[in-house]
Design a protein around this ligand. Structure first.
Ligand SMILES: C[S@@+](CC[C@H](N)C(=O)[O-])C[C@H]1O[C@@H](n2cnc3c(N)ncnc32)[C@H](O)[C@@H]1O
Length: 296
């Protein structure tokens, strides 16, 4: 494994994933009760968009930088959660550095810190299996309220569930270096985890690049018998255009009530901003979709 998220931090997939993550955390916190969050594929938490890795790909230019530029010129119609994402990012820049981009464990730790003021106890943990990435994560977030572990998601996830809080969110954001194999292993992991803890909310990120692999993944998930599976997908290119990544997806098992409505509003706003400038015109249901793969 030599995946380094520093090459991809702040890209369109991060924007969509982190905005929807904030939406999920908001809805979990709204209940006012303790809950658990596990970031099973954490990365290193903080990234610099002027690093040599970021400059090698320029992915943030068609991601967070595009959204910031759009929002700075025109912030009408932006959903509340998108505003929250951008305002919090501005605060993070003031705290760290104007080039910083913050990853999922940071967003989670930020919510823990924020809700502690409202006496809502959120217990957060992060797993990272690559030693170098883990060292950076542990070093960069050591002051924040999230327990960082040098641990493999496949071994660790089923060991920490069900959490004592009985409510919680598991974020799975794997690198998908071997797509077909990864989808199969992740379906197995979700099935195993769901058997141990049916009430948990599981959020799996996946790339839209190999349409056949994604269709097969959806089919396999339907066949698991797990109820309440929602997919949230956004395309920057249509699926049949041969590019590195056509879009970004999240599978959410047991989403909070009405999350689908909020997710739709967020994707509807983000898609026209993030879509590739040279992309052929897409129909609405190809540009973004929030659909129940399996209902109640
Ligand atoms: C896509 S990145 C994570 C980005 C992060 N979730 C964010 O949104 O900021 C995936 C991370 O998972 C780590 N990883 C890969 N396989 C893993 C495994 N089996 N268990 C835990 N971490 C793993 C990689 O080293 C990489 O840092």
């Amino acid at each position: 494994m030599n995946y380094k998220h520093a090459y991809h931090a702040g890209n369109f997939a991060d924007v969509v994933k982190h905005t929807l993550l904030i939406q999920l955390l908001n809805q979990f916190s709204q209940k006012g009760k303790p809950y658990y969050v596990l970031d099973a594929y954490a990365g290193k938490g903080l990234y610099k968009l002027n690093s040599h890795e970021a400059k090698a790909t320029h992915e943030a230019k068609s991601g967070v930088e595009l959204l910031v530029e759009h929002y700075t010129n025109d912030n009408t119609n932006a959903p509340k959660t998108v505003k929250q994402y951008l305002q919090t990012l501005e605060q993070a820049k003031k705290t760290y550095d104007k080039h910083v981009y913050v990853g999922s464990p940071w967003w989670i730790a930020h919510e823990v810190e924020f809700q502690a003021k409202n006496n809502i106890a959120i217990r957060a943990e992060a797993f990272e299996s690559q030693a170098e990435e883990y060292d950076a994560l542990n070093y960069q977030l050591y002051k924040l309220p999230i327990g960082c572990h040098h641990r493999d998601a496949f071994e660790g996830l089923t060991a920490v569930i069900p959490p004592k809080e009985r409510r919680g969110l598991i974020l799975l954001d794997p690198p998908f270096e071997q797509e077909h194999k990864d989808f199969t292993r992740l379906v197995d992991l979700l099935v195993k985890s769901h058997k141990k803890w049916q009430q948990g909310t599981y959020v799996l990120w996946y790339p839209l690049k190999n349409h056949e692999a994604v269709t097969l993944f959806h089919k396999k998930m339907k066949r698991t018998g797990i109820k309440k599976q929602l997919i949230c997908e956004l395309n920057v290119y249509p699926n049949d255009v041969p590019v590195g990544m056509n879009g970004t997806g999240l599978l959410v098992i047991n989403p909070p009530w009405k999350f689908d409505i909020f997710a739709k509003e967020i994707l509807k706003y983000l898609q026209p901003i993030l879509k590739a400038k040279d992309a052929p015109k897409m129909k609405d249901d190809e540009a973004f979709r929030v659909q129940w793969l399996v209902g109640e």
